[in-house]
Write a protein that binds this ligand. Sequence first.
Ligand code: VG1
Ligand code: CO
Length: 543
Amino acid sequence: MSQTVTTRPFQDQRPGTSGLRKPVSVFQQPHYLENFVQALFDCVAEDIVGATLVLGGDGRYHNREAIQTILRIAAANKVGHVVVGRGGIYSTPAVSAAIRKRHAAGGIILSASHNPGGPEGDFGIKYNSRNGGPAPESLTERIFSRSKEIDRYFIAEPQHIDIDRPGTYRLDTLNVEVIDPVEEYAQLMQRLFDFERIREMLQEGLRISFDAMHAVTGPYAKAIFEDLLGAPRGSVHNGIPLADFGGGHPDPNLTYAAALVAQMQAPDGPDFGAASDGDGDRNMILGKQFFVTPSDSLAVLAANATRVPGYKDGIVGVARSMPTSRAVDRVAAALDIPCFETPTGWKFFGNLLDADRITLCGEESFGTGSNHVREKDGLWAVLFWLNLLAVRKQSVADIVREHWREYGRDVYTRHDYENIDATAAHGLMNALRDRLDTLIGQVHAGLSVTAADDFAYDDPIDGSRTEHQGLRILFGNEARIIFRLSGTGTQGATLRVYIERQEIRDTHIDADAQVLLRSLIEAADAIAGIRKYTGRNAPDVIT
Ligand code: VG1
Ligand code: CO
């Protein structure tokens, strides 16, 4: 039995870079989650009646309650079948894989990814379409419009489904199938990578350390690295998903994964280190006393793709988000394949992947992936690197340095100013946007500005146009400074400043990025007035 509940719309349910993210307390308001899910179902009604959906989340606080609610709304909206990850735990890439494998109509992912969790933290919800990828902007905008006028939702009577026990359940006419999602995902990975060879390398003594940050990848990482590949027990750290991520910030970068970074810095530390984020789509790759910039990681994987089984026949093209460094562009040029530049957010890669124009893609924000799913995939990137180490029998640092010598190095850094005043942040961006034309010809850090624009993207597949995706200051092919406001934060605004410069001098190729980029970092402040607008003297996070 289901009922129709009268409701009043909320005006703030616009999805950002990756789904709707709000503090838990906002999601706990009566009708808030229900309204959004009904708005979504209203927009995709034709697809979902009688069809299959995949449902799960990163295990953060409110995940379990939200799953029970969504199951009841799905039943009342006549969804046929919902596949739920055991305990409500389902990594973002595993959901993407499951949608594709089962030819499901779509999936709902409950995650605020790298944002902190717990009662005081954030919650999030995101819809993925039939191709397994994040809903395109055309759909998220329709959901937003619908959410602003919604006046009712449909929901089945309260019934508790035991999501901790794999099996099949019935909720009115809805079939609920609770599965262990790890096995299916591990099988996909074994089709792409040479597990035998990685296992041998680990047996020969290569030491790895993986930090799951008490987020979703723990069970996957233990199954893959410890059980299947034979890494010693304890190679996976913080492997139990917790509702508050153990109080940490599940963001795999040099600041928030400090314990892993310290372990890798030690002279007797492991040979290879990696971490992933709340929902398992990000990755950070470390060698012994060496950090691989995500932009470089993408370029290295592209240059070495034919060395791993899943890509042995070559790659057809690559794509990177606009603020990602141009390292991969050079690899694409050498391979004579196209390289696309898209706005920030994985949803922009979907069309290119579906149309088979690209095989690999990535973002500077610790995201790398391929056409095996339609999301970025943290463990996939880690396995790709392990496969490379096993084939090349070199250290992480040597592989990257050799890459730099061959292609040149794109020295790169991103400075984040978190939770700054929203008015000040928009003030900075608006003032800079207005002055873009006047910057051309100016000299900063010894380089002259050759172009300055507000990045817009014309999707080559569906012709859609997306504007205002970041302010770019270009210094020929030599350097870039980019300013962008985050679309995933939930408090104030976050300003991201992306700075890169090509370095071809052999003598400098190994030097620290912050040192090599010092004059451009100062130029960024001179151009945009970061200190003046934000009142901050230094960024909160440097990667
Ligand atoms: C950030 C990153 C972006 C990424 C997005 C979602 O967005 O910059 O590259 O796609 O997070 O990642 P923003 O708008 O805050 O810069 V995740 O791991 O949330 O799924
Ligand atoms: Co994520």
